[in-house]
Design a protein around this ligand. Structure first.
Ligand SMILES: [Zn+2]
Length: 130
């Protein structure tokens, strides 16, 4: 799985404390300040279409990345699924990965507040914001 996850430090939002925190912390261990969801400002990025993946492998990668991004409380996930063009057999090739990825995401996100939107000016990626 190729995840791009910049490791920005997370600080306690309590200005009288402001110690550095574990990125997955739910509560500050020093002052007990509860930490809001969305602690991180970064997004996870996953490319499911440019390493010769089959569409089932693409969905496995996507599922892992989605789980990782939620568990580690990232702001969202950038999914690179390819534009779906450029293949003679697009039913089983890149076109299928794109289609299956979008189907999967619509179902996976339907019972949450997360939003799914096409990346501006890039037909090969979608952005999920939790
Ligand atoms: Zn604190």
């Amino acid at each position: 799985m190729s995840l791009y996850a910049p490791r920005a430090a997370a600080l306690c939002p309590n200005p009288f404390c402001a110690i550095e925190l574990e990125l997955a912390a739910q509560q500050c261990p020093k002052c007990d300040e509860p930490l809001a969801v969305g602690l991180r400002d970064a997004m996870v990025e996953v490319d499911v279409a440019h390493s010769g993946e089959s569409w089932t492998e693409a969905l496995d990668k996507l599922e892992s990345a989605l789980h990782f991004a939620r568990r580690e409380r990232y702001k969202g996930l950038r999914v690179i699924h390819g534009s779906g063009r450029g293949s003679i057999d697009s039913w089983e090739g890149p076109g299928r990965i794109r289609r299956e990825v979008l189907n999967y995401l619509q179902q996976a996100l339907s019972d949450s507040d997360a939003s799914l939107s096409p990346e501006p000016h890039n037909p090969g990626a979608h952005l999920i914001t939790f």
